[in-house]
Design a protein around this ligand. Sequence first.
Ligand SMILES: [Zn+2]
Length: 323
Amino acid sequence: MAASKQRLRGGIDLGGTKVQAIVVGDRFGVKGDARLPTPTSGGPREVTEAMAEAMRGAAAAAGVESSALAGVGVGSPGAVDTDAGTVAEAGNLPNWQEPFPLRQRLEEALGTRVALGNDVALALEAEFRLGAGKPYSSMLGVFWGTGVGGGLVLDSKPWRGRGQAGEIGHMVVKQDGARCTCGRRGCVEAYAGRGAMERRARRLLERGRKTDLFRIMEDRGRTRLTSSVWAKALEKRDPMATDLIERAIGALGAGIASALNLVDVEAVVVGGGLGIRLGEPYRERIEKAVMPHLFATESPPPILLAQLGDLGGAIGAAGLIHP
Ligand SMILES: [Zn+2]
């Protein structure tokens, strides 16, 4: 029926490695989804084309044209200007520094209205409203992937501070520690980000340390140490992978505990590509790594896995559209 189809909404999660598109109905039930690798060369134009193609694929899977959707929400990394409809300084996307009119270009390609938002903020909101954070009125979200993103919900509202709050990845866990992509030292992300872990693994390999990480990567036809490459190496008890994950978990534990000591939220939700791929045993290890640094040890808040999994970001993005 055309009337009910009008209520379908699209959501796109634009990540550094993949573009995830979905179509959801009422109450965010997923009606169709499609994903494509994020172009690693070219620029915003090529990335926008991949986004439009993924969205058309998700719409086709839901049995509609993209132009029949009530709208499409987009969760983007970088500096998102929701009023101007532009994205700039997206460091994990190819040649995307200058502001690019993403909203307008996608509207032209998809034939429906488009709304932009920040990827981490949208994934956080989705977990809070529909996922693991649902029973609580305050939570800390930790998105463990290429980088380590985060966000806070306080009194049932996202806390953005003056716009930059929730950067758990840049909590300092070691003074004068490892160099971070932000240019500073000793941040959680400098130890736990998948990007930082891969750079360290390559350096150790050059110094003659043995590992199967890169062989597994090549076997899978990858050029980066993806979450599934790490998972496979850990399963095989690769010593380097085990050491690097140990180090990452230590940094996450110290960073999360420090955040909890300050804001004492009711729950911590761990998501992101690596968090979701590694799953339960590693959630438990993060929980253990938090304890030695926690001030209020009698009643530690639960550390939960993100419930919406890989689709959380795209579901949150669809929430930008109010049919
Ligand atoms: Zn940093």
